[in-house]
Design a protein around this ligand. Structure first.
Ligand code: SF4
Ligand code: SF4
Length: 198
């Protein structure tokens, strides 16, 4: 069956020239594609990608205290933590893993953490041939977080005790809280003496 351009060569040549013109226009304009993986998109600072564990910049130790608040906050149960009590009665981390096959990048784990220990980053490369490798263990989470900047949250100062006055002599064991000053009242107006004609 004869094709359309054979039936109408003028139209065929015209469409060919249009196509070449489009190619020519884009040949010298700025490219909007990247040569991945040698080039990568610069992601917005607060974009939610790979979840990582943060470490102290000086000691290199994990900031995580194994409090498990992040695991409790995770709506899909993607965080798994095993821990035990140390000799100093503090929690010690045995294992920490995040299942990236079910993580929905909600950021609730980061919000729940009080120790600058877990953070969502702009990193976005998860590609893998093996589904099991998408469960990141503590070592991988820590390595992914090594180059992640964070501003340590200032620790809140302990509340100061209420002001007390020293107890009177002879009763040194007790201290009396300072009573609140009584509200100021307006002085009474002096009564004007009545005149004689009244
Ligand atoms: S990452 Fe934060 S919230 Fe989660 S266990 Fe560690 S210290 Fe607790
Ligand atoms: S980002 Fe959300 S879903 Fe993913 S581990 Fe944190 S709390 Fe769970």
């Amino acid at each position: 069956m004869p094709t359309a351009y054979k039936l109408n060569p003028i139209s065929g040549i015209k469409n060919l020239l249009i196509g070449l013109w489009v190619t020519l226009r884009h040949l010298f304009s700025k490219s909007i594609t990247l040569q991945y993986p040698t080039e990568r998109w610069e992601m917005p600072e607060r974009s939610r990608g790979v979840v990582v564990l943060l470490s102290d910049k000086e000691s290199g130790d994990l900031n995580c205290t194994a409090c498990i608040l992040c695991a409790k906050a995770c709506p899909v149960g993607a965080i798994r933590i095993d821990r035990h009590r140390g000799d100093d009665k503090r929690w010690k981390l045995d294992s920490f893993s995040i299942d990236n096959t079910i993580c929905c990048y909600c950021g609730l784990c980061q919000e729940a953490c009080n120790f600058d220990a877990i953070k969502l980053t702009p990193k976005y490369e998860f590609s893998s041939y093996d589904k099991a490798s998408l469960i990141y263990d503590v070592h991988r989470l820590q390595e992914l977080g090594r180059d992640v900047d964070f501003v340590p949250t200032a620790k809140k100062a302990a509340p100061k005790p209420a002001a007390t006055t020293p107890a009177p002599a002879g009763d040194a064991a007790t201290a009396v809280a300072t009573p609140a000053p009584a509200p100021a009242t307006e002085p009474e107006k002096p009564v004007e003496p009545k005149g004689e004609g009244e």
